[in-house]
Ligand binder design. Structure first.
Ligand SMILES: Cc1cc2nc3c(=O)[nH]c(=O)nc-3n(C[C@H](O)[C@H](O)[C@H](O)COP(=O)(O)OP(=O)(O)OC[C@H]3O[C@@H](n4cnc5c(N)ncnc54)[C@H](O)[C@@H]3O)c2cc1C
Length: 527
């Protein structure tokens, strides 16, 4: 059947999806899937800010250089230049929407908004809204999205697969509502903005991260997945076994916080001349090594030598969260651990967000644009969300929408059964998958562990396949299936990389391989 509706379907309502919707809504009717509250995904939880060259004392070439250095040989130079060059325009667009960035109180400052500095950046270039940039950003974007007459927000639907085939390209998405009813949403063009894959791990810096669902959905239509082995672990998540995950922003180290081991020794200067502001992979590995050596569950981030006001006024969200958890960070050191934070790999796209599958685009953390290489530099990811949302909008504004023809779509994956699955079974298997990934595919890897991970994940996949064939479709079961398939691909990419680079560290091959560094490329039929 031909669907005359030239609509655009955006799957995911974090920073990337919302920004794209606003950029295009005056031109095309948009359906935006945002199946849950703001707690889901990563954007709402961003604290530090957005990196861009804004100060007259900074320059584009310096931001490019810093990004390439952090990416450890695997950044794609064109993607880095494209993103950095469009940084100022992205921030001005947000200011135009009324985004209340924190102003610089210093009257001598050469830029009106306060810029902070984070790991890997050689200059102050991170614009922020106090220490709650993500929350303020989402509120600002959502406020406009909700008022736009051409944007239809669907908070009841979770996409479980894309419509179409490798031959037809993408024709929309098949979704489930909370009651398990299937819905087909045909669309002329579809944009995946479903976030990363940190949810494959047990300890994460946000409470409900994505598990790479969008990556698998795109791969099912033939899209390439690139660099899945590069998972970033943020060095400093609050160690709080009773509470929900909470990030202690890198900006605290940017303002002078010290990392101390359990005995109180400040260890980063022994490891890297940049000390606490070394790139995240170096800091996370150093913390991991201290914890292994001292057999302890956390290290300390010490802010107690800094003026009380700097800490409580510049970091009000972190300060009050810690106070609620019984910790005054102006007086007590903060217990911190590394946790899964950001997926550098994802769906390979070009500079317009195009995936290579006709009518399918990907933006934000689900995509691999080439910006981050083997290691993302702090605060470059929200910038990437905004710049690539703009790039996709630019292309789609110039493209005549073609009505989608869903005659050729395949039957839904999974069973036609009417039996509901016990959600505790799905939860337990997902928890098992996460613990396998954390134990064997974490910050420091080795060949034996990766082989063991592959073996255990195959068993999990078999169980999840059986569940899928016995029970009626269910959003959590679909997430488990996607996650288990992505975990298989992630382990395979880690096994195939016979070197250590950026975020991927394998004790059995601890150095760079010789020759030109190459990204890993995977297709679903090769998993
Ligand atoms: C704690 C924390 C702090 C961070 N701080 C910073 C920072 O200071 N600066 C910076 O640049 N970056 C930061 N990052 C990274 C940055 O926040 C993310 O990379 C970015 O927000 C990703 O945005 P996104 O729109 O791609 O995805 P997300 O914000 O993760 O949104 C994904 C959306 O997709 C939806 N979705 C997922 N699956 C489906 C499905 N199957 N069907 C329908 N919808 C679906 C989700 O519900 C959600 O709405 C931080 C990340 C975390 C976790």
């Amino acid at each position: 059947m031909k669907h005359p509706d030239p609509s655009l379907l955006i799957v995911g309502g974090g920073a990337a999806g919302l920004a794209l919707a606003l950029e295009l809504a005056d031109r095309r009717p948009i359906t935006l899937l945002r199946p849950s509250s703001d707690d889901h995904g990563a954007s709402r939880w961003a604290q530090g800010g957005i990196a861009a060259v804004l100060s007259p004392d900074d320059d584009i070439e310096a931001h490019i250089r810093d990004t390439l250095a952090a990416g450890d040989g695997l950044c794609e130079a064109a993607a880095v230049r494209h993103t950095v060059t469009h940084g100022r325009a992205a921030i001005e667009w947000l200011l135009g929407l009324g985004m209340p960035f924190t102003r610089d109180p210093d009257p001598r400052s050469r830029y009106p908004y306060h810029l902070t500095r984070e790991g890997g950046h050689g200059a102050r270039r991170v614009i922020h809204a106090a220490d709650a940039t993500g929350r303020v950003l989402i509120e600002t974007l959502l406020d406009h999205v909700r008022r736009h007459p051409h944007i239809r927000l669907r908070d009841d639907l979770t996409a479980i697969e894309l419509l179409g085939s490798r031959e037809t390209g993408c024709l929309g998405a098949r979704c489930l509502d909370p009651q398990g009813q299937l819905h087909e949403l045909p669309a002329s063009d579809t944009v995946l903005a479903t976030g990363g894959a940190s949810g494959l791990y047990q300890h994460t810096t946000s409470p409900h991260p994505a598990c790479g669902e969008g990556m698998i959905m795109a791969a099912e239509l033939g899209a390439e997945l690139r660099n899945l082995e590069f998972q970033q672990f943020h060095p400093t998540c609050l160690y709080d076994p009773e509470g929900s995950p909470f990030l202690i922003s890198e900006a605290l180290r940017g303002e002078g916080g010290y990392l101390r081991n359990i005995k109180g020794h400040r260890f980063m200067p022994d490891i890297d001349p940049r000390a606490e502001l070394a790139p995240r992979d170096i800091v996370a590995r150093a913390i991991d090594a201290e914890m292994q050596r001292d057999q302890c569950r956390h290290v300390w981030l010490d802010m107690t030598h800094l003026p009380r006001q700097v800490v409580s006024q510049q970091f009000p969200t972190i300060y009050s969260h810690c106070v609620e958890r019984g910790l005054d960070i102006t007086r007590d050191p903060i217990p911190v651990v590394p946790a899964a934070h950001y997926s550098c790999g994802g769906i390979a796209t070009d500079l317009t967000g195009f995936t290579g599958v006709p009518h399918l685009y990907a933006i934000g953390e689900v995509a691999h644009t080439g910006l981050h290489g083997a290691n993302r530099m702090a605060s470059n990811s929200l910038l990437e969300c905004l710049v690539f949302a703009h790039a996709v909008a630019d292309v789609l504004k110039r493209t005549e929408p073609v009505p989608s023809d869903t005659t050729t779509t395949s039957a839904p994956a999974g069973s036609a059964s009417n039996i509901c699955i016990d959600p505790t079974h799905v939860k337990a298997l997902m928890a098992h998958l996460r613990s396998v990934m954390s134990r064997y595919v974490g910050i420091v890897r080795n060949d034996n562990d990766l082989n063991e991970a592959a073996r255990q994940i195959e068993a999990i996949r078999e169980q999840s396949r059986q569940m899928q064939s016995h029970y009626r479709p269910d959003p959590a079961l679909s997430q488990l299936n996607h996650a288990a398939r992505l975990a298989t691909l992630t382990v395979a990419a880690a096994q195939a990389r016979r070197e250590s680079r950026g975020l991927h560290y394998n004790r059995d091959c601890p150095s760079h391989a010789s020759g030109i560094p190459r990204p890993s490329r995977q297709y679903l039929n090769s998993d």
